[in-house]
Ligand binder design. Sequence first.
Ligand SMILES: *Cc1c(COP(=O)(O)O)cnc(C)c1O
Length: 394
Amino acid sequence: MDRLIYLDNAATTRTAPEVVEAMLPYFSESYGNPSSVYSFAAKNKDAVTGTRETIAKILGADTSEIYFTAGGTESDNWALKAAAEAYASKGKHIITTKIEHHAILHTGAYLEKRGYEVTYLDVDENGVVSPAAVEAAIRPDTILISVMFANNEIGTIEPIREIGQIARAHGVLFHTDAVQAFGQIPIRVDDCCIDMLSASGHKLNGPKGIGFLYIRKGVKIRSFIHGGAQERKRRAGTENVPGIIGLGAAAQRAARSMEERTAKERELRDHLIGRVLAEIPYSRLNGHPTDRLPNNANFSFRFIEGESLLIMLDMKGICASSGSACTSGSLDPSHVLLAIGLPHEIAHGSLRLTLGEETTREDIDYVVDALKEIVARLRDMSPLYEDFVKKNRQ
Ligand SMILES: *Cc1c(COP(=O)(O)O)cnc(C)c1O
């Protein structure tokens, strides 16, 4: 294929060349186990601590509050399961939302089977969780509130500071899945009263299979993986040193370039949204019109199947994602699109385009031109569209 336009950066990103560069020596030169005593290996402990410091600084946290994990999914699982267990004597009620990532939703379902009660809050038509609804859901037995910082499908940024303040005022632990937000939005854990925060390397031009969980000092949380004394005995297992180094390099890089990079992405995203809504009939933007991730655009096209759209975009070298979970083997429309009130048939015709640091205006124009042509072609083949046109003519 001669042309590849990658607009699926919410799924994963390219590991930046300088991140790879930073990781390489830790595979075949500095390969020692950080737990070993001799200086050859002990150097690696310092390198791991360096990344811990880098991340702590970005979040306004303490170095001892950063725990490395194997990614966002593990961090989410740890936060929910371990907090649920540690605070069970206080209560067994957890509050979250209907638009969380499956790493939260499926963990919630797991806890429900084990005697916990989980409230899944509704969102409004833009995908916003209401802080008042969070407050109203709090009960004496509520032990944890988990609300994502920004949604991975529709890009909506949640009122995390308000929700954090409410949780704090009621003495309830507050976790946020910041996997999409970390590196794209400035986050200070104290400012937002965050007690636990999940993030992942591969969403910010870092490597896959590495992430972290921020756990505020004083939070009672159980060990997640039992074994050696790594990660303050809370998450055992020999450190993924190259991954940790890569995560640190990526986080540093993302923090440094944040303003400039997100300004550029925002401008290109708005150009994309403007052109699609103006030039493709019966299209709509999903998610909040302004409070959204700088790189996220999510559209619905009436009378179209998202899967057909993806296949035809793929033939033009365009990588995108649809609003259904088909790729993961189910034909259900996305739970997020249903939660914002889209009817099934419109949720099925959805498309997520997520920009990256390498996306150009030329890419966007190429994609919009391709989309216009594909949407028109698919509608020409759609009996639903034919009926609709006929009815409108009468
Ligand atoms: C990608 C993602 C995850 C999962 O992270 P992994 O590192 O891929 O396990 C969790 N939550 C959100 C919001 C995500 O976008």
